[in-house]
Design a protein around this ligand. Structure first.
Ligand code: MG
Length: 162
């Protein structure tokens, strides 16, 4: 079979709340607030999971990992990513590259971009050159701009399994 290229996009947003851990791309980031959610609320991994599922034609994160299921309470999103990669492989695809944009007014993420990139590459099984983490503020606009939430957009390309 000729190689096939698939692309998928994903988006996620979670509220920031005091007393929660802030975990982005599987990296714990020191901050007085964290993201609120049923799982660890890692918006980067959640956006990436939706991008992977979209590219593979497999639906969305809510269908695979419902937030009403106690099995996913406070779960490490890296485990959900691992399961998702298995589902993608099962239908004949593997990731070729990943590009993400994190939208966060606070905290400043530039000191953590390298660690997030390397961790995401490790979790996906790609070279870090094939994984991109970009971070920007929302210029003070809206809830994200008021540091009440952090959002992430992800794009992924898939090629056929070897
Ligand atoms: Mg989410």
């Amino acid at each position: 079979m000729n190689p096939i290229l698939r692309v998928g996009q994903g988006y996620d947003i979670h509220r920031l709340q005091a007393g929660r851990r802030l975990v982005l791309a599987g990296v714990e980031i020191p901050f007085e607030k964290g993201l609120l959610g049923h799982s660890d609320a890692d918006v980067v991994i959640h956006a990436l999971i939706d991008a992977l599922l979209g590219a593979a034609g497999l639906g969305d994160i809510g269908e695979h990992f419902p937030d009403t299921d106690p099995a996913y309470k406070d779960i490490d999103s890296a485990k959900l990513l691992e399961e998702t990669l298995g589902k993608v492989r099962a239908v004949g695809f593997k990731p070729a590259n990943v590009d993400t944009t994190i939208i966060a007014e606070q905290p400043k993420l530039s000191p953590y971009k390298k660690a997030m990139r390397e961790n995401l590459a490790r979790l996906i099984g790609l070279e870090s050159q094939a994984v991109s983490i970009k971070a920007k503020t929302n210029e003070g606009i809206g809830d994200t701009g008021a540091a009440r939430a952090i959002a992430c957009q992800a794009l992924v390309s898939l090629t056929t399994n070897d």
